[in-house]
Write a protein that binds this ligand. Structure first.
Ligand code: HH2
Length: 321
């Protein structure tokens, strides 16, 4: 039986025949015997994503200035090629972003962000058979992306834009609610927490309440602690160690976005962003063990392999010695 029998590739396929072989074989490898751990789905527009195995969200930044891949995929052909590559490497969905939100970054205008994102999104709709997510803080961009067919909105501000919840609600799209404080320009001055896990949970609960008020069903929402967003390196470690607490407190699956982030470089003696993929794999596997079910990564191939192998082991309950 396929683990992903109900995911969008099956339920809302635009090109069902193009499903990558790597993923088909992944289904078989992990398709039996899993019953002990949480088994659920994330409802997105026109489909669901199975959380019966780790979900890998491939990052596609069409920006000149993203902290690790800025400028690499701003050409339409380069962006489509990279998205296809990530699909073949086992991505379950692609997250398309047109604004860097790295610490200290300045806001991009809606016109500029739309000009970066919308043509690529349209091209990916034709070229790919994977669900597409748009990474934006702006309701106006979410509306345009949803009109172009996006199936998920990934909002790093947790619905800070007053129009965002109403933009997402009628579309049926999935929604990633991430925790942050302030803006990318101010957030690293907003890292005072008495108990980072409790406060992130409480602040995410407020975002969830805004989604509820707009009529966005809970099953459409996944939550994200916002690694590196208004957090110190130590906060990031504490949060990854406590993801299960976030999931049980708030009742929704948790997405981890640790890929190439500064805390990994700091742990490894100051490694540059481009050198952090092995460290990222470590963070993903630790996050999986502590309750994350979705992983936003640059290096899809490495994350897919590591998470599938780790999951095959971790889903077997530990026995008392
Ligand atoms: N991190 C970034 C952007 N979007 N979305 C979610 N849900 N979670 C994250 O942790 C997250 C995110 C920042 O990383 P990246 O896209 O690689 O860099 P930049 O913001 O410089 O484009």
């Amino acid at each position: 039986m396929s683990l992903h029998s109900a995911q969008p590739v099956a339920t809302s396929s635009r090109h069902a025949e193009t499903e990558p072989a790597s993923r088909r074989s992944g289904h078989l490898a992990l398709g039996t015997g899993h019953s002990e751990l949480m088994s659920t789905h994330w409802r997105i527009r026109e489909g669901t994503i199975s959380l019966d195995r780790p979900v890998v969200m491939g990052i596609l930044n069409v920006t000149p200035d993203s902290f690790s891949d800025g400028g690499r995929f701003i050409g339409l052909d380069d962006a489509v090629r990279r998205a296809r590559e990530m699909a073949a490497e086992g991505a379950d969905l692609i997250d398309l972003g047109g604004e860097s939100t790295r610490p200290g970054s300045a806001e991009v205008s809606a016109d500029e962000e739309a000009a970066r994102v919308v043509p690529v999104l349209r091209a990916l709709m034709d070229a790919l058979d994977l669900p597409l997510s748009v990474d934006t803080r702006k309701a106006a961009i979410a509306r345009e992306a949803l009109a172009a067919g996006a199936q998920v909105v990934n909002d790093v501000s947790g619905l800070a834009d007053a129009g965002m919840a109403d933009a997402v609600a009628p579309s049926g799209a999935g929604l990633v609610l991430m925790h942050m404080r302030g803006t990318p320009a101010t957030m690293q001055g907003l890292t005072d927490y008495a108990d980072v896990v409790e406060e992130v949970a409480a602040e995410l609960a407020s975002s969830l309440a805004r989604a509820d008020a707009a009529g966005i069903a809970r099953e459409r929402v996944v939550l994200d602690p916002g690694i590196g967003f208004a957090k110190t390196a130590e906060h990031n470690l504490q949060l990854i160690a406590s993801l299960h607490r976030l999931e049980t407190r708030l009742g929704r699956p948790v997405l981890l976005g640790a890929s190439r982030k500064a805390f990994i470089g700091a742990l490894l003696g100051g490694l540059a962003a481009a050198e952090r993929d092995a460290g990222t794999v470590g963070a993903c596997v630790a996050g999986l063990a502590r309750g994350a079910r979705l992983f936003r990564v640059h290096d899809v191939r490495a994350a897919r392999q590591a998470l599938d192998v780790a999951w095959a082991i971790l889903r077997i309950p530990a026995r008392a010695p």
